[in-house]
Write a protein that binds this ligand. Structure first.
Ligand SMILES: Nc1ncnc2c1ncn2[C@@H]1O[C@H](COP(=O)(O)OP(=O)(O)OP(=O)(O)O)[C@@H](O)[C@H]1O
Ligand SMILES: [Mg+2]
Length: 274
């Protein structure tokens, strides 16, 4: 190999190493109706902590969250549609929805359908290393069958309904009667599985508030040193007549953790984040 080729290869390696989310993109669509076939690799994303760092403190916290959620949703019948939201942007909705869905899929005899209903800023396909293809927006706009856009994630029993094509009018789409029909269909067509829904933030967007009415249960994510107390109060006020299952406190600071192992973990995790 010549010097120039070598230098180029080194530069390419360096570029790959610097990627914040080192995921390998997989084909997005073309799977069968109920996600029976399709991609079967698992993304090496460090935020997919329940898969890629299963012995970590944070993965353990997600398993505890899963136990609590399953307990709450099986009390009276089976409340299978659970939406994860938060007051504002960047508080960890997608991270929580993803790792909660993985924890449920891994531990129980349930398949889980993870839904990216954040049409403004979809991210679950990226977290999972799956190229964006058709998704929920296409089901609403073009009346495509739900089953034909659900794809396998490569994680046992976890399938993904991506957000789909970019849309200019997420408020209208997510507040539409077609959207309500779709969630009704998800609940009943996949009645034996949990449907975990990632959403846009609650306070700024009317569509999230509208989505809340279609859900069996809602989880509110609050992020340490990020979510203002007034925003938590405002969110709770908006959710007062909805079925709030509980709140997730995300991004706990190292000093709040008591064991050395925890401290080590969070230091390491923060390094990966940068
Ligand atoms: N506990 C955590 N520790 C470190 N990084 C985190 C943690 N939770 C989330 N993040 C990171 O913070 C960023 C925002 O997280 P995430 O995408 O889950 O938030 P979000 O609420 O879905 O944001 P948006 O409103 O933009 O959709 C991402 O880069 C995510 O990986
Ligand atoms: Mg998100």
């Amino acid at each position: 190999m010549g010097r120039i080729e070598k230098a180029l290869e080194e530069a390419l390696k360096k570029k790959r190493a610097e990627q914040p989310l080192p995921v390998e993109l997989l084909p997005g669509n073309g799977s069968s109706g109920d996600a029976a076939d399709g991609p079967s690799a698992v993304a090496e994303n460090p935020y997919l902590v329940t898969i890629n760092d299963p012995h970590s403190v944070i993965a353990e916290e997600f398993r505890k969250l899963k136990t609590a959620v399953v307990g709450l949703t099986k009390q009276a019948g089976f409340l299978n549609t659970i939406m994860v939201t938060s007051a504002l942007g960047g508080e960890g909705k997608s991270f929580t929805a993803l790792n909660l869905a993985v924890s449920i899929a891994e531990a129980y005899d349930h398949s889980v359908l993870l839904v990216d209903a954040d049409l403004r800023k979809p991210s679950l396909n990226e977290y999972l290393g799956i190229e964006m293809g058709q998704g929920i927006a296409d089901c609403i706009v073009d009346n495509i069958d739900l089953g034909s856009v659900i794809i396998r994630t490569g994680i046992n029993k976890l399938s993904l309904l991506p957000a789909g094509k970019g849309v200019k009018n997420p408020v209208e789409l997510l507040s539409s009667s077609r959207m309500k029909e779709l969630f009704f269909e998800m609940k009943h067509r996949y009645a034996d599985r949990y449907v975990v829904i990632d959403s846009p933030p609650l306070l700024p967007f009317a569509e999230t508030q509208s989505l809340c009415s279609c859900m069996d249960g809602i989880i509110l994510v609050v992020r340490q040193e990020m979510t203002p107390i007034q925003s938590i109060k405002d969110s709770l006020a908006l959710l007062q007549d909805k079925r709030l299952l509980g709140m997730v406190y995300n991004g706990v600071a190292p000093e709040s953790l008591n064991s050395r192992y925890n401290y080590y973990y969070y230091n390491r995790y923060q390094k990966q984040v940068r």
